[in-house]
Every structure is written in structure tokens, then in C-alpha cells.
Write a protein that binds this ligand. Structure first.
Ligand code: COA
Ligand code: MG
Length: 276
């Protein structure tokens, strides 16, 4: 799964059959059928049934299930249902320790949500657990736990966001940015995607169909960026063919790392296009 781009991961509430049906026709890079925050306690059982049925459908992307938190009364039933139904991965909310995910011992990739202060502090060891594919930030819960105030550029959360990126990247895992709540504010969403990409996230969790395209664009490679990467790579190859250790592109120094970065962009571009 890690070879696929994960620019957009769409949360779909398990108690909204219409949204599940709608999601089948959308093209996010992954779907997360949610049994946790989006589902009220009295709807948990029916949501689990809906998700069981949904997992039988033909999806064009990996489908994950966000189970209820470790230690809740719903957690075991959620996990059992999802695994039996052939889910592609589990999203575990409010993970705080490596031990708690290690103990799960399931055969599908796990996505650990980092959304508490303790979770942020433990993110490096959580990311390092075998079977953890990536970390997802839960900014709503985190902001509440930290008692931060809202800020258009997420200034109060920057330390935590970067901490999650650092932890995931150090372990070779995938960091995915938090949701943006105002589904009508497309400008604000695009700005937050750009910020997330700048911080090092691989993609963004999204909550509405309208957010998928913008997330895919922000975290994918554009034709112009791919062309630029190809030109840099050509300049690098030419320099190396002449026996030079380093080269220049448009007057600026290029080294092996720049060539590697360009190759990665081209790979992403190919993957993005093959998924369209
Ligand atoms: N996945 C799939 N379809 C969705 C969707 C989602 N997350 N969110 C909305 N839709 C669908 C609606 O069903 C509706 O479809 P229809 O018009 O064909 O019936 C269409 O998109 C337009 O929805 P809209 O009316 O703009 O949204 P809303 O105002 O009803 O709901 C939210 C807004 C935020 C409540 C809703 O998008 C949502 O529940 N998102 C997911 C929340 C979630 O999962 N939270 C947990 C993680 S933080
Ligand atoms: Mg949460």
C-alpha cells in the first residue's frame, strides 16, 4: 500500500449510508469508514453493520476502518468485524503508547492517530512499531487537549504537527495531516494543504467530497513540477557523464540529493497519473 500515493484520505461516517454510497463513486486515495468520532454512541451498532456491508462493495482505493478507541466497549467488536470483512487497514484513535499498538497483533497495516499530548510525545516510538504504516494527526482533539486557541495558520499546533512528521519520517512511515473543518472554505482548505505539504506531510485527511481534488492537487506533482524535475535530472546526468561530482541547474548547485528528490517527484507524478 505504501507504493500508492496517499494525498487524500476521506473520512466517511459509518452511520451515513448515503455518504458511504457517495464515497463509492469518489476518487480519494483512500477511504476511512468511521466508527469513532463521527458516530454517536446510540448509532455505533448500526454503523458497524453499515461498514460490514460497505466492505463487501467494490472500491477503487484502499478502504480502512477507524475503530473506536482502545479500551472502549466497542473496540473489540469493531476490529473483529473489520478484519473478518477484509479491511485494508485499521485506523486506531488516540494512540499514546507503542505497547498498545504492538499488542493488537493484526495482519493489516495500522494507522495510529496522534491526537493527545501524550501521543505527540510518544509518536517516535509509536511510528517505529512493526505494522504501523503511518501516523494521522487528529487536530480537533489535540487542540482541545492542549487548550490552544484557533489560528488561521495553526501556529499553536506547529510544534505538534512537525513532531508527527519527524516521528513518522524517522521511522520511514507516512505522516498524514489533520482535517480542515470548514467544508465551505475552499481557499482556507487549499492554504492549509499547502502548509501541510510544506511541513512534510504526504497527504491530508478530508471530510467532504469537495476537499478531495484540492488535497490531491496540493500533495501530488503537477505537470510543471514534473517537467522541472526531469530537466534537473537531465542536467545532473549530463554533469555526471562529464565526470563531475556536482552539477548546476539554472545556475544553482545540484548534488545527488537533488537528483534523488527529482526522481521521487517523477515517481509521484507517474503514480498520481496511473491512479487517475
Ligand atoms: N463522504 C462521502 N460523502 C459525503 C461526505 C463524506 N465525508 N460528506 C458529505 N458527503 C456527501 C453528502 O452525503 C451529500 O451527498 P448527496 O448530496 O448526494 O446526498 C454531498 O456529499 C454534499 O454534502 P453536504 O450537504 O455539502 O454536506 P453536509 O453539510 O450534509 O455535511 C459534514 C457536512 C461535515 C457534516 C459531512 O461532510 C460529514 O459528515 N463529513 C465527515 C465527518 C467525519 O467523518 N468526521 C470524522 C473525522 S474528523
Ligand atoms: Mg479524534
Amino acid at each position: 500500500m505504501s507504493l500508492r500515493p496517499l494525498r487524500s484520505m476521506l473520512y466517511v461516517p459509518g452511520d451515513k449510508p448515503r455518504a458511504i454510497e457517495k464515497a463509492l463513486g469518489l476518487r480519494p486515495d483512500a477511504v476511512i469508514l468511521d466508527l469513532e468520532d463521527a458516530v454517536a454512541p446510540e448509532h455505533k451498532a448500526v454503523a458497524r453493520q453499515n461498514v460490514r456491508e460497505a466492505l463487501k462493495q467494490r472500491w477503487t482505493c484502499p478502504v480502512l476502518v477507524r475503530v473506536n478507541g482502545l479500551g472502549t466497549v466497542w473496540e473489540n467488536d469493531d476490529r473483529e468485524m473489520a478484519l473478518l470483512a477484509g479491511v485494508d487497514g485499521l485506523v486506531i484513535p488516540k494512540v499514546e503508547t507503542a505497547q498498545s499498538v504492538r499488542e493488537l497483533q493484526v495482519r493489516v497495516p495500522l494507522w495510529a492517530m496522534i491526537e493527545t499530548p501524550t501521543g505527540v510525545l510518544g509518536a517516535a516510538s509509536i511510528a517505529a512499531v512493526n505494522g504501523v504504516a503511518g501516523l494521522l494527526v487528529g487536530a480537533n482533539d489535540l487542540a482541545r487537549a492542549l487548550r490552544t486557541q484557533p489560528h488561521p495558520e495553526r501556529l499553536p499546533l506547529l510544534g505538534a504537527l512537525s513532531g508527527v512528521v519527524l516521528a513518522a519520517r524517522a521511522a520511514g512511515k507516512i505522516p498524514v495531516d489533520a482535517v480542515f473543518n470548514d467544508v465551505r472554505d475552499s481557499g482556507g482548505f487549499a492554504r492549509e494543504c499547502a502548509q501541510g505539504r510544506m511541513l512534510g506531510f504526504a497527504g491530508k485527511t478530508v471530510i467532504h467530497p469537495d476537499q478531495i481534488g484540492a488535497a490531491n492537487a496540493a500533495f501530488g506533482a503537477s505537470a510543471a513540477v514534473a517537467a522541472e524535475a526531469q530537466a534537473l535530472l537531465d542536467a545532473w546526468k549530463a554533469a555526471r557523464a562529464e565526470g563531475k561530482s556536482v552539477g548546476t541547474y539554472k545556475g544553482a548547485l545540484i548534488e545527488q540529493m537533488h537528483a534523488d528528490e527529482a526522481a521521487e517527484i517523477l515517481e509521484l507524478w507517474e503514480l498520481d497519473r496511473s491512479g487517475e
